[in-house]
Design a protein around this ligand. Sequence first.
Ligand code: KIV
Length: 263
Amino acid sequence: MSWTVKKIRESKGKTPLATITAYDAITARMADEAGVALILVGDSLGTTALGLETTVPVTMAVMLHHTTAVRRSVKNAIVVADMPFLSYQINDDDAIRNAGRLLQEAGADAVKLEGGTIRAGLIRRMVDNGIPVMAHLGVLPQSVKASGYAAKGRIEDEIKKLKEDAVAVAEAGAFSTVLECITPDLAAELTALSAVPTIGIGSGNACDGQIIVIADLLGMIEGPVPKFVRKYAEFAQTGKAAILSYIADVQSRAYPDESHTYK
Ligand code: KIV
């Protein structure tokens, strides 16, 4: 089925939404053909595809480039482009211009931005101007230098603030809200409080859907993964084994053979 922002919004309380990140046309096609509802061109592409330490250095140019590639191969899922650090924090006019570019130049269906009550006015303006917005609460990777990666929901003030934030972004018009690394009981409460679907990552299984970084799901990077990741494949190992076989075949002249040669 073809997904729309409206269908995502209306899926609240129904079958959980399976969503994923992707950063290029090849992996996005794989995810789309498998049937995910939403593909996020996350700024996590900085720490996965680009090998950066954090998402902070990711720019608008990078997001436009990768969103354009993903858009080319996605037919059924909705494509959400992450707004990178400093593309929406400076002022609302700048933010709307940048969000508009992700829709107009790169073909995204919606944008995602980090933050709660502080972003409510901006979300309202974007939505009023035809830009669907996904909100993002909990661990906010763009603010990692200020607030770190520790899970949220263990401190009274933090719990109160997250509840206000979940209500504020939904009331402002966000069509869904990512909950990143929030304790599962609080994520369940936020899901009950929020009028729109919550999409969890590291936030337990009571959310209206889940999102996972494609490189984690496919096991594209060897070594430890965050506690909340379930690897569904071992692409790094399979890929390396295939490349080792290729090297051996080239060195022994087993590849290419007759069947790979033009007559
Ligand atoms: O950038 C990203 O991939 C994200 C997800 C972790 C939700 O924001």
